[in-house]
Design a protein. Structure first.
Length: 367
């Protein structure tokens, strides 16, 4: 059974009619299949899909990114890689089923695969915690990323999460620290890393696995620091103002590419990735092949330097620094107030040292 979004209801009616026409054994008994009418309705469906999906607003793109039928990480892992060997546990606390990790072969090349998995039905979604990773999930990913780096194995990551799990247990086990460590580990790797945002890229839960050499998004995916509902609640005190929030946040792949936050957008089939999973599978495969090939001639140090420069350049066109080509001009801005405090601290040390010396001299002459 297909699932439809609220702006696809016209498509739903047409496709229901199309299914009836394709079935010769309908409610009225055996009938002749009207191929001409089927062709006309299919043309109308394609026309409406093209009209709707070429004019999606940011909130509608968010809904498409969350579509129940959208291909998940497990789909890509099962169909893009061979000899996948699942790896579990963070060696500190336990296993996190919301992220799939393991080593596999891609075009006969060893790779580490990491994928945030939401699940396909209610039972699997509960098991996968709706794609919201716990600290042990990030620590498991860190453990395996370090292992891949040790053996010079490229890393392919599929990002699809509404955000990191905010439960009490997760916070007690150091959720924020685990996310920070994951970002730190990702930035220090000397092997190529490719992150593909296939659905939702929510907040630090996504950034923890998207600090990569290449960050790629599917056309209708989103990537943001907070959900549109959360942003609307905070800024407008009205969770219904999701369109205004989504527009202001610039969370679409088109906006993020123009801001140089991401490196590439993979075009989706008409009507979204869920309407032709085989086609989007082939496009993702070609993208991975192309991006991996860019690193074949680079040394480990060059891979590290390119990633570092890429992230340091983000926001440079907005006036943070004047140079446009080199990161050498980047430096920490100093704060005059803190400089003054530091001078006082140093001065205190000098005074304390002088007092001790004076005290010792007095003791020497007296005794």
């Amino acid at each position: 059974m297909k699932n439809y979004l609220n702006f696809e209801l016209d498509i739903k009616d047409l496709e229901n009619e199309l299914e009836k026409l394709k079935d010769p054994y309908n409610n009225e008994g055996l009938s002749e299949v009207d191929t001409k009418k089927i062709s006309n309705i299919q043309t109308e469906i394609d026309s409406k899909l093209n009209k709707i999906y070429s004019n999606l607003n940011p909130w509608q793109k968010t809904q498409v990114a969350r579509h129940e039928d959208r291909p998940k990480s497990k789909f890509f892992i099962d169909n893009l890689f061979e000899d996948f060997i699942s790896m579990s546990g963070d060696r500190l606390y336990g296993e996190d089923n919301s992220v799939i990790t393991g080593f596999a072969r891609f075009n006969n090349q060893s790779v580490l695969v990491i994928g945030q998995e939401k699940g396909e039905d209610l039972d699997s979604r509960i098991e996968r915690n709706f794609g919201m990773m716990r600290p042990e999930g990030y620590r498991k990913s860190i453990r395996l990323m370090k292992l891949a780096d040790k053996f010079n194995i490229p890393i392919i990551i599929f990002v699809d999460t509404p955000g990191a799990y905010p439960g009490v247990g997760a916070e007690e086990r150091g959720q924020a620290e685990a996310i920070a460590r994951s970002i730190e580990c990702s930035m220090e790797l000397k092997v190529p890393t490719i992150s593909i945002i296939i659905g939702e890229g929510g907040s630090g839960g996504a950034i923890a696995l998207a600090s990569s050499s290449k960050v790629i998004m599917l056309e209708n995916a989103i990537y943001s620091v907070i959900s549109p509902e959360g942003c609307a609640t905070i800024l407008w005190r009205d969770p219904k103002k999701t369109l205004e929030a989504a527009t202001a946040m610039k969370l679409s792949s088109k906006d993020l590419l123009s801001l140089n936050i991401i490196d590439e957008v993979i075009e989706e089939p008409l009507g979204g990735a869920h309407r032709d999973k085989n086609l989007i599978l082939q496009k993702v495969k070609l993208s991975i092949e192309k991006n991996l090939s860019e690193f074949t001639s680079l040394s480990r140090e060059d891979v590290y330097s390119r990633r570092k420069e890429k992230f340091l350049k983000i926001g440079r066109s907005k006036g943070f620094i004047t140079s446009s080509n080199s990161v050498d001009s980047l430096s920490m801005r100093t704060n005059s107030f803190f400089n003054f405090l530091n001078k006082i601290k140093r001065f205190k040390i000098y005074i304390f040292s002088a007092v001790i010396v004076l005290f010792l001299l007095i003791c020497y002459f007296i005794f």
